[in-house]
Design a protein around this ligand. Structure first.
Ligand code: BGC
Length: 419
């Protein structure tokens, strides 16, 4: 691994940036593959680009549109197979370990030691970004998936309170339908269907059931009465979305909540990045509450991994970028734009808005109570193949008249094939 053998350190990389800025003697280049193309996401990634360029780096932007990152994953694999990996890529969860196991990721231990990552990262993120006790990626944030975004004025039109259980959600949604209002803004893409699905799993089954079904892939849990009830609830939800939902991007669905075309959206807090980009204020213009029946925390976290590449400028660019990502001021700026909370847990909370502070508090209590669960839809819980089985069945069910019984049987079959 090049960093271990050359003894390169973050101090050296940043020092070089300062000493050589403008001389052109040691270029630091990073081609960054990512899928952050919505309004809020673009603001967040632009903040990283600015920080990198201010430190002397040359940023080559490589965005691949497509929420949830499925389109980017295809591009990444073909580039690696073609022997042309990007210098930096936004990936996460077991994918990081899979790429590390193939021996293609750079070892970031020198940068990590220099910047003290062991002291500033919570164990739950360290596990994600280390492989064989070595840092192979750097986490940039913590996203919470189980959020319900609400337009309070629209809810008030039917005199409804914020729903805290799925029964209350259904009653509110029925009242909204009755009043001619679309209850749920949704984009019919497999990862968005799966996002809703996993919040229903947590809301109806609780954290232990969630883990059995979506992490351990336990056959009894997958075919249980609870899972039948989950698909029953998904069936009800199909009645709460507007007819134009197929294929809609998630940020357009967030826009429907903003402009009052729909009352609510179930989406991770990258949706907050959209509200923030439109200068809307939480608890006034919109509400952020946990999805019905959940007090726990469905964890998603974005990270950058760095492929082994040729060229001193690219290696120096990787070191520089890796070192900047966990910087205090960058963590604050980036996460305010992105809608997430910082990856490091030692930052002052005063700059953060009400939803972010709620997320930080709920994360702490979820860790203490054992109700922190990894996201299946967002690739933290399981690898791509079993996740693909869930996405396939959940989407098929959402777009057909498949019964809940048929859905659980198909789910078991597809998950077992993928294992
Ligand atoms: C990523 C977020 C991203 C969202 C929509 C999630 O899986 O973790 O960073 O904003 O997908 O693309």
């Amino acid at each position: 691994m090049h960093r271990a053998t050359t003894g390169r350190t973050l101090g050296l990389a940043v020092g070089l940036a300062t000493a050589l800025a403008g001389t052109g003697a040691q270029a630091q280049t990073a081609e960054v593959l990512h899928y952050w193309t919505s309004g809020g996401e673009a603001r967040a990634v632009a903040a990283l680009q600015e920080e990198f360029e201010a430190a002397g780096g040359t940023w080559v932007d490589a965005p691949v549109a497509g929420g949830g990152g499925d389109a980017q994953a295809t591009v990444l694999r073909s580039r690696v197979l073609a022997g042309d990996p990007p210098t930096a890529v936004q990936i996460k969860g077991p994918n990081i370990h899979d790429w590390a196991a193939e021996g293609v990721l750079a070892n970031l231990d020198a940068v990590a030691a220099e910047a003290g990552w062991d002291d500033i990262l919570p164990p739950l993120l360290r596990d994600i970004v280390t492989y064989d006790d070595q840092y192979v990626a750097v986490p940039v944030n913590i996203h919470r998936v189980n959020w319900l975004w609400i337009n309070p004025e629209v809810l008030a039109e039917v005199g409804a309170e914020v729903p805290t259980t799925w029964d209350e959600f259904n009653a509110t949604a029925d009242a909204l339908l009755e009043a001619g209002i679309t209850p749920l803004a949704h984009g019919g893409q497999p990862w968005q269907d799966a996002t809703v699905f996993e919040t229903v799993v947590l809301g109806l089954g609780g954290p232990d059931f969630y883990r059995q079904a979506l992490v351990e892939l336990d056959a009894d849990a997958l075919t249980s009465d609870t899972m039948i009830a989950v698909f029953d609830q998904m069936r009800r939800i199909t009645g709460y979305v507007d007819p134009n939902f197929p294929g809609r991007d998630w940020n357009l669905a967030t826009g429907m909540v903003m402009n009052g075309e729909a009352a609510m959206q179930i989406m991770g807090d990258w949706a907050k990045g959209e509200f923030a980009a439109s200068e809307l204020t939480p608890d006034e213009d919109y509400l952020c509450v946990p999805t019905p029946g959940t007090s726990g925390f469905v964890l998603n976290s974005d990270s950058f991994a760095f492929f082994e590449v040729e060229g001193d400028d690219r290696v120096a660019g990787q070191d520089l970028l890796a070192g900047l990502i966990l910087g205090e001021s960058f963590q604050e700026t980036f996460n305010l734009f992105k809608g997430s909370i910082p990856a490091r847990t030692d930052l002052d909370r005063s700059a953060f808005d009400a939803c972010a502070v709620r997320s930080m508090e709920d994360l702490d209590s979820a860790v203490a109570e054992g109700s922190l669960v990894p996201s299946m839809a967002h690739e933290i819980a399981i690898g791509r193949a079993p996740r693909g089985a869930f996405l396939d069945v959940v989407t098929q069910h959402f777009n057909s008249d498949m019964s809940s019984q048929e859905a659980v049987e198909l789910l078991l079959e597809e998950v077992e094939l993928a294992m």
